[in-house]
Design a protein around this ligand. Structure first.
Ligand SMILES: [Fe+2]
Length: 187
């Protein structure tokens, strides 16, 4: 794909590599900005007996994801490209739908959040693999995020797991299906 080349980039990379890496990172910037907003939406909309545990579990995830967003945007700038951080640019570029659940039980939201994390982590791993061939530093940044994103995903899944190790959301492919499956298992 033809892109405007940066006037400068990180030493030892070509302008073409800088542009390619910035494009990879821009996709992750949108995805993690979306994730931080979605996590806050869940923080505000969970109800039920486990409200305070889930409400409070979410905020450290928001803080960590916002820090990832900042690091990604600053890496894009370091590569010589302008990061796009506005809501309009995010909505225009994204390939996924808005989070689909409003006020609902903690279990339903955790079921849906399992799906959200599957999508974000799958794409983050693809981005890390794509960056690996071009730049170890960008690859390392994305791998560092995956350590935390996968840990947070486990925190969510531990709520959906039986003593036998099965997930109530197994087989679901949409947020709504996962939320319904998690609620059924909790009933
Ligand atoms: Fe709050």
């Amino acid at each position: 794909m033809a892109r405007d080349l940066p006037r400068y980039t990180v030493p030892s990379l070509t302008p073409e590599d800088g542009a390619e890496l910035a494009a990879i990172l821009q996709g992750r910037l949108h995805a993690l900005n979306d994730l931080a907003l979605t996590l806050k939406h869940i923080h505000w909309n969970v109800v039920g007996p486990h409200f305070i545990a889930v409400h409070e579990m979410i905020d450290p995830q928001v803080d960590a994801v916002r820090a990832m967003v900042d690091a990604i945007a600053e890496r894009i700038a370091t590569l010589g490209v302008a990061p796009q951080g506005t809501p309009g640019a995010l909505v225009k570029a994204r390939t996924w739908n808005d989070y689909s659940i409003g006020r609902a039980s903690t279990t339903a939201h955790l079921g849906a959040l399992d799906e959200v994390y599957i999508g974000v982590i799958t794409d983050h791993r693809k981005a890390a693999e794509a960056a690996e061939a071009l730049d170890d530093v960008t690859n390392d940044l994305l791998i560092g995020h995956l350590h935390d994103l996968e840990l947070f995903h486990w925190f969510v899944r531990a709520h959906l797991e039986s003593a036998g190790g099965e997930l109530s959301t197994a087989g679901a492919s949409t947020e709504r299906d996962a939320a319904a499956a998690a609620d059924r298992a909790d009933a």
